[in-house]
Each structure stands twice: as C-alpha cells, then as structure tokens.
Design a protein around this ligand. Structure first.
Ligand code: P6P
Length: 332
C-alpha cells in the first residue's frame, strides 16, 4: 500500500520541489492546520463540551457570536502569535487587526480568517468550517490595517478546514488544490486528493431560494432557466443544494462541481452582498480558480477587486467555469 503522505511531507516537498513555500510560510501553514485540529476537537464535543449556544455578544458584523466562534478565534490567535512568521492577523470576529505582541518577533506574513464559518449550523450539527487567507506584509514600517487591503490575487496561500463527517483541510499555495483528511488515530492530516479539478459544467446550483423576490434580473433569469429543466432553454434538469455553510457548499463544488451564488439583493441595496471579501470570497475564490473554476461578483473577477475596507462584503458567484461565465454574461 502506498505510504501515507502527511501534510508536513507535502509542504516540505512543495518547498523543496517547487520552491513555492518559504520555510516561514510552511511553519505558518503547519500551525494553522494544528489550530484546525484543536477547533475540530472543540466542535466535535458539541453539547458535551458546553460549547453550544450563544456567547451573548455581537461581532463587528452585528451578528450574535456563538461560544464556538469565540473559542475558534482564540485558538487561532494564540497558536499563531508566537511563531515569528506573522506581523498581524485579521478575523471576522474582531473589529480591528491583531498586531503580534512585542514579546514575539514580527514576521513577513499577514493571516486573515473566518474562524468558524456557518455558525448558524453549529447547534444543529451541520458541517461548519474555518477559512483562512495568507498575504505578504508590504515592506515598510509598523504593520497597519492598510497593509491588509490587498487584492485576492496577492494571496500566497489560502484554504479551509471543514468539520463534517470527516475533518478535511483544503489548501492551495498557487500550485493547484490539495485535500488532507484528519487521521484521528495519528492526529495528523493525510493527503487524500491532489490536483483537485472542478468540472466546467454542472447540473447543481446552490443559492438561498427564499431570497428570490429580492434578486437582480440576471440571477433570477439564471435560476429560472435551471428550474425550467429539460423543457427550458438549458435542455437539462438541475438539482439544488443549500447548506447555509459556505465551507460545506464550496467543498461539495470542489468535490463534484456546481455553482454557488450569494448575490447582491435589494433588501439592503447599499450592501454589495452578504459574504466578506477578505476572508471568505478571496480564499474560496482562489481555491476554485486553482481547481479550474471561476469566481466573480457578477461583473468582475473576485480576485481582481481592490479592497477599501477590512470587513467589506461582496456578491459571490463561484464554481463550474461555464456556469459562472453564463451568469456573469447575463450581468453584462
Ligand atoms: P443564509 C454563514 O453564516 C454564511 O456566512 C455562509 O457560510 C453561508 O453561505 C451564508 O452565510 C448563509 O446565509 O442567508 O442562507 O443563512
């Protein structure tokens, strides 16, 4: 039987073979993976760990925080602040950036994360996940929030860990997408898929249909055509999925194709969308593109958007390339 390739070995080989991962980035990714193992343990305890329910506090998004949101955030901060490879961190759960304390050496990378995406699913035992993105800190003086405002195309690493029937880490450093499944007996992530490819076509779309009356015309047209099935303009039937956990929906798309849409809608016209650019759309968009898919906001490539605010939101259409191009085409 072929010997198991651990995450560590994969990263060392990517560093040695492709020179893609400097030692400091490799250490950072190992520590993020270790953080995900700790979060997975906490998530798996559920009610037995007294970690379900809300924390009676709100995050910067004005959303009620779940106890596990805060636990996951603290795990990532504490695990990543001492390594000497980061200058600062940013999180969906924190208003401002977290600058590495002076007692630790500052590094050249910036780490952004949504510590536990899909929180509404925690208490009902549906898959959730951690999403992360790594940028280089621009040259210069003391790190600031401005340093984080880089387009998604500047990411040097991106990934997520989905806490579902398996705990699976999905990662790209710009050389394709690899998936690692947590071997709980060994306590290590083992390579279970390399060179992940999203099929260019699909018969499965993911959107929250309850918002249909609020959508813009191009999204309504696309979904209506999917619902028309064989007899309609698409000439084929479509299936629908909506897990209300971006990590789980994106994982399905990376695994078997599909299109995920969280578009702008007229409930709050000044808000470009619900999902956040820096630590949701950018990392997921890069993973999808690295797997041969596409990711736009309906009008332009998500990774080309120049951010103006750390927590800014964006409309997201991502997945099977031909479907995303069709929906984007309807917008032009
Ligand atoms: P809705 C989870 O809260 C999240 O940010 C994404 O993970 C998910 O795709 C979306 O919101 C679900 O939103 O409006 O369907 O509950």
């Amino acid at each position: 039987m072929a010997s198991k390739v651990s995450l560590t070995r994969y990263l060392v080989e990517q560093q040695r073979v492709n020179g893609l991962i400097p030692a400091q980035l490799r250490l950072l990714l190992e520590v993020v993976a270790r953080s995900c193992k700790s979060i997975s343990q906490a998530v798996n305890k559920g009610a037995l760990g007294g970690v379900l329910g809300t924390a009676e506090s709100e995050n910067v998004q004005g959303e009620i925080q779940k106890k596990l949101d805060i636990i996951a955030n603290e795990v990532l901060i504490e695990a990543n602040e001492w390594g000497g490879n980061l200058a600062a961190m940013a999180s969906e759960e924190m208003e401002g950036i977290y600058v590495v304390p002076n007692r630790y050496p500052q590094g050249e990378y910036l780490l952004l994360f949504d510590p536990l995406d899909g929180s509404s699913n925690i208490d009902v035992n549906v898959s959730i996940g951690t999403i992360f993105s790594v940028l280089r800190k621009p040259e210069g003086s003391q790190v600031s929030e401005q340093d984080f405002l880089q387009a998604g195309s500047k990411q040097v690493a991106a990934g997520y860990c989905v806490y579902g029937p398996q705990t699976t880490l999905v990662l790209t450093v710009g050389n394709g997408v690899a998936m690692f499944t947590l071997d709980r007996e060994q306590g290590s992530f083992v390579l279970t898929q390399e060179n992940v490819q999203v099929p260019a076509d699909t018969q499965e779309f993911a959107i929250n249909m309850s918002n249909m009356r609020h959508w813009d015309a191009p999204i309504k047209r696309y979904v209506d055509e999917c619902l028309a099935g064989k007899e309609g303009p698409r000439g084929k039937d479509f299936n629908m999925r909506w897990i209300a956990s971006m990590v789980a929906d994106v994982h399905r798309i990376l695994t078997r194709g599909g299109i995920f849409m969280y578009p702008w809608d007229k409930r709050e016209p000044t808000k470009p969308g619900k999902l956040r650019l820096m630590y949701e759309a950018n990392p997921m968009g890069w993973l999808i593109e690295q797997a041969g898919g596409a990711a736009t906001n309906g009008k332009e490539r998500i990774l080309a958007i120049n951010p103006t605010q750390l927590h800014q939101r964006v409309s997201v259409i991502l997945g099977s390339k031909n479907e995303v191009e069709r929906v984007t085409g309807y917008h032009s």
